[in-house]
Design a protein around this ligand. Structure first.
Ligand code: NG1
Ligand code: ZN
Length: 534
């Protein structure tokens, strides 16, 4: 009862934005930062409940709005294995976030009963934030909610989103056979650096890599990582766009989302022809590569490219290690994946591929059904998961030759280099560097593996985006009635035409994706479908 009083008292310090309905979407709650106080408070309450429900396992709270503008912010919960919050709990989060402050303590108590939380259990929460100016105020709110509900917590200050996911997983596996690493930032860097050095044995990185850090938290963290890497494998990283002092610089004219959606390098880029470049997003969970070719044309290597590169390399190592018959490797994509990448996976890599709904939690879930699940969104968010069976095979296979031994060791090191908890731009970057070094490839050879179909991605502002409902893999509109038929008709009018529309989970828009054999056709298809939607 005194907890209820404490909740009420703390909650009433804040004011709920009038008339606003909150929803835990693709990436948690995300909006203008000044609207977030009561949402963060609710998330703090829920984090404690989630931990109690899971017998005191550590739960993560990340305060970030990723690639969105500097004045936005957001919050999401991290489950014990470093995964996104379980789907059913998103509904509870939404419920608590919309509860009136006067009755939030009752709603909290009711919810605890409804989901049968043993309130005698301990509750433990770790949290961190990106570099946004609003972050410190929001941490204050989170603090108030955790304190009112007597939750044990650790503030990890500034971190990339994947670093916090890593910490959560480490905390919960400490002392078990699934120990994931040292639950500290330094532990994170050391795990990456140690495994990187192992897989780089005998090969060398060619040329330097310029990394655009979106002026976000990835900048200072990448600099820390570089110290620990200590130029291993000859990796020479040039850090650019790492201004975290000027709050407006975040994601402005730079970063992975800018590069992917504008299909161009940041205007500030000084990279020369064929220079290898990469961009992180504001919380360093997305990564894209790019370069300018001999004709001065911008060339993007997006999440689809990273997925195909990773899948082909792991497939190659598995073959060399003589275990390819025992490992089923699958590639999970969303409908935003370029059709040419899906064809390449099916026809050249000869691996199974499937589409899931947008949002990494769906991809992650699907990936876990394979021994090796490679998943990336086209925007550069993704990772690779290894099943327990895969780990057993990799660890226990007796090598019959030095080559086989080395392949097995490389595979094992890859399982450590890859942040299996969640898509992680820093870890993914090292993965790409390792693979390019092994193949002796420049980004040009990487690009040469297949040719992307020209594509477009547009945002359409509509009156009510909630009427746009899609099938399981987002490709078919089930509502408004009849619209899909019209889109289908347009698709047939263009060579290799494919287009779909879905409501964004993070912005108040409907997204329209279109691809076709030529740029002109893709643009026209997009115009047609955009016209139908808007
Ligand atoms: P929405 O706004 O639901 O399309 C976007 C991305 C997702 C995912 C989330 C989370 C696209 C087309 N959509 O979701 O893939 O990354 O943001 O950040 O890139
Ligand atoms: Zn992000």
């Amino acid at each position: 009862e005194h907890i209820k009083t404490a909740i009420s008292k703390a909650a009433l310090q804040y004011t709920k934005p009038e008339g606003k309905v909150f929803e835990y979407g693709t990436a948690g709650f995300r909006m203008k930062a000044d609207l977030l106080n009561t949402v963060i408070f609710a998330v703090g309450l829920l984090a404690g409940l989630r931990s109690k429900k899971l017998s005191g396992q550590w739960i993560g709270v990340m305060i970030t709005a990723s690639h969105n503008p500097a004045e936005d912010n957001g919050v999401k919960l991290v489950d014990p294995m470093g995964e996104m919050l379980e789907g059913a709990w998103e509904v509870y989060a939404t419920k608590l976030a919309n509860a009136p402050l006067e009755s939030i303590a009752e709603v909290y108590e009711q919810l605890a009963k409804e989901i049968e939380v043993d309130m005698g259990n301990p509750a433990r929460v770790v949290f961190a934030r990106d570099t946004r100016a609003s972050g410190s105020r929001l941490v204050g709110v989170l603090n108030a909610a955790l304190t009112a509900t007597e939750v044990e917590f650790i503030d990890f200050k500034y971190m990339t989103t994947p670093q916090l996911h890593y910490i959560v997983r480490c905390k919960n596996t400490l002392g078990t056979q699934y120990e994931y690493g040292e639950p500290s930032e330094q532990g994170y860097y050391e795990k990456l650096a140690t495994s990187f050095k192992k897989v780089m044995r005998g090969v060398k990185v060619q040329g330097s890599l310029t990394v655009d850090c979106a002026n976000g938290v990835g900048g200072p963290k990448l600099r820390e990582l570089i110290k620990v890497l200590d130029a291993a494998g000859g990796l020479d990283i040039k850090v650019v766009n790492d201004d975290v002092i000027n709050p407006d610089a975040l994601n402005f004219n730079c970063g992975a989302d800018y590069v992917k959606t504008k299909q161009r390098a940041p205007p500030s880029s000084k990279a020369g022809v064929l220079d290898r470049c990469a961009s992180l997003d504001g919380d360093a969970d997305r990564l894209v590569y790019y370069f300018v070719d001999e004709t001065n044309t911008f060339r993007l290597l997006d999440g689809d490219r990273i997925a195909t590169l990773a899948a082909s390399f792991i497939g190659y190592l598995a073959q060399k290690a003589g275990i390819s018959q025992k490992l089923n490797i699958g590639v999970i994509q969303t409908a935003y994946a370029n059709g040419a990448s899906s064809d390449y996976i099916k026809n050249v890599l000869k691996l199974p591929t499937e589409y899931t709904r947008t949002g990494v939690k769906h991809l992650h879930h699907a990936a876990l059904r394979y021994d090796v699940g490679v998943y990336f969104e086209a925007n550069g968010h993704g990772t690779v998961t290894f099943s327990e069976n895969a780990m057993k095979i990799i660890r226990n296979t007796e090598p019959q030759s030095p080559a086989q031994k080395q392949a097995l060791e490389s595979l094992l090191a890859l399982t450590e280099l890859i942040n299996q908890a969640v898509g992680d731009a820093l870890s993914d970057m090292l993965l790409v560097e390792v693979i390019l070094a092994h193949k002796g490839w420049s980004p040009k050879e990487w690009l040469g593996t297949y040719t992307d179909l020209p594509s477009t991605l547009d945002r359409v502002v509509v009156k009510d985006r909630s009427i746009f409902k899609t099938s399981d893999d987002d490709t078919i509109l089930t509502s408004p009635a009849g619209l899909q038929g019209e889109i289908d008709t347009f698709m047939l009018m263009f060579n290799k035409g494919r287009s779909f529309a879905r409501a964004s989970g993070t912005e108040d828009v409907v997204r329209v994706y279109a691809e076709a054999a030529t740029r002109g056709e893709a643009i026209n298809l997009s115009k047609a479908v955009t016209g139908l939607v808007g």
